[in-house]
Write a new protein. Structure first.
Length: 160
């Protein structure tokens, strides 16, 4: 990972890219990097899977969290808590999930192959989730986790 990160930094110094970041890094992975701090860490993040340690680490080091599977691969849309709360805000459950990320300071990464749903997913700026409701959403137990864990994919030997 160190070799890759050094190559990324070279790309930036050569002006080939503007910003460099990482994906699926947990706090212990960052220690392996030398030089620049990544601008972004793309991790699984959604209601029901908040990765609090990685989130806190990124916040402390001014690293933007980009949350992949912001809808929990659509599984979250079946959650009774999400559905009920979305109805009170008169929005779609997907919009509630995406708005939750934004209010957490997380950039949601959502995928849709459907144009109408893409439009709906970007229409998340006309309502605000109250602080009390944010707390309710944060306290939902683990839901819709992908089952993927970075330590299964990222080498723990930094020289790799
Ligand atoms: N860095 C990583 O390791 C990593 C790992 C996994 C995923 N990702 C990236 O994260 C992105 C999103 O992940 P994901 O696709 O697994 O999960 P996701 O965005 O949470 O869920 C996608 C699913 O939600 C449906 N959907 C989207 N908008 C909807 C809406 N408004 N209403 C109802 N259903 C809706 C989609 O169906 P339709 O297409 O039919 O709308 C699709 O089945 C992908 O682009 C992926 O490349 C990154």
């Amino acid at each position: 990972m160190r070799v890759t990160w050094n190559a990324f930094q070279d790309f930036k110094h050569e002006g080939l890219v503007k910003s460099i970041g990482v994906a699926n890094f947990l706090p212990h992975h960052f220690a392996a990097l030398e030089g620049e701090v990544p601008v972004i860490d793309q991790i699984e993040y959604h209601i029901g899977y908040l990765q609090e340690e990685a989130f806190a680490y990124c916040k402390e080091h001014d690293i933007l969290v980009e949350g992949w599977a912001a809808l929990g691969r659509a599984e979250l849309l079946q959650s009774a808590t999400v559905q009920t709360m979305a109805a009170t805000y008169q929005v779609n459950p997907a919009q509630l999930c995406l708005r939750f990320c934004l209010q957490q300071g997380v950039l949601p990464l959502v995928k849709s192959a459907d144009e109408q749903r893409m439009r709906l997913n970007r229409d998340v700026f006309s309502f605000t989730i109250t602080a009390a409701d944010m707390e309710k959403l944060k306290s939902v137990g683990q839901v819709a986790w992908s089952g993927e864990h970075p330590d299964k994919a990222i080498p723990l030997d930094p020289a790799d």
